[in-house]
Design a protein around this ligand. Structure first.
Ligand code: GLP
Length: 249
């Protein structure tokens, strides 16, 4: 194995461990009087991680007042008011339930005009750097091999940009959007380079459907055909899986 992997009994257990690691980063920074910079993800995989962070906020006084967040991606075009938006997802699952300052929340803007996108993306990168870089990046993985929305063909030096979604990703999004025509075919996503610049990376992979692509990510060659395989180039990545996710290893 080319990446460190922990196999947990179930995703609840995995989510508890990942949330504990994120909480540890927040508290460590708090103790030093510094802001913690979190890179956050959407999709079904992180939902229980966010639920656990909310529990830690309510039951163990974990504060997010010193936390800055940058989300990986957003569909394009997409209104933040849409229930399908990643903005809606993040507030519903996390931000509405914690004491984070909304001014410290950053999510790519799906409402831009096309000629505003490049400038927005450069500014997104600048803001991450201005905050001192991402302390910990949470990731899921798509069946296409994407991290964020870095689909097959993404290069190692890619940064935040507008991308086209892979047919597999569009097919998987039909369950959220109702029909293929309703799925946005583009997104704004952090790049591979943006993700690899995080100091620490944790990836959650749950369920049988992810097993084949996880095997390629963990054991296969580093290749743009499996963008998640670029994680093998990072020195502090940990992969958390449930039993089902290892079924095809
Ligand atoms: C989504 C996100 C990815 C996520 C992936 C897997 O569309 N853009 O960041 O990791 O697809 O989603 P899920 O966790 O629901 O399987």
């Amino acid at each position: 194995e080319k990446l460190p992997v922990y196999v947990l009994e179930n995703k609840q257990e995995g989510a508890r461990i990942i949330a504990g690691i994120i909480a540890g980063v927040i508290k460590e920074k708090q103790a030093r009087g510094e802001m913690a910079v979190l890179g956050l993800a959407t999709g079904s995989s992180p939902v229980k991680v966010y639920r656990e962070l909310v529990r830690l906020h309510h039951e163990e006084e974990l504060s997010f007042k010193n936390v800055i967040t940058f989300n990986l991606d957003e569909y394009f075009p997409m209104s933040p008011d849409s229930h399908k938006s990643y903005v809606h997802f993040m507030y519903k699952h996390l931000f509405n339930h914690i004491d984070i300052d909304p001014a410290n929340v950053h999510i790519p803007d799906g409402t831009l005009k096309i000629d505003q996108v490049a400038e927005f993306c450069n500014a997104y990168e600048d803001k991450i750097r201005a905050c001192g870089g991402i302390d910990i990046q949470l990731l899921g993985i798509g069946r296409s091999g994407h991290i964020g929305f870095n689909e097959p063909g993404a290069t190692v030096n890619s940064q935040t940009r507008l991308v086209k979604l892979d047919p597999i990703t569009i097919a998987d999004a039909i369950k959220d959007f109702g029909s293929e025509e309703a799925v946005p075919h583009r997104a704004i996503t952090m790049g591979i380079d943006t993700i690899l610049s995080a100091r620490k990376i944790v990836l959650a992979g749950w369920g049988k459907s992810k097993s084949p692509i996880l095997k390629k990510m963990i054991e296969g060659p580093v290749t743009p055909e499996v963008p998640a395989s670029f994680l093998q180039m990072h020195e502090d990545v940990t992969v958390y899986l449930d039993e089902a996710a290892t079924s095809e290893f």
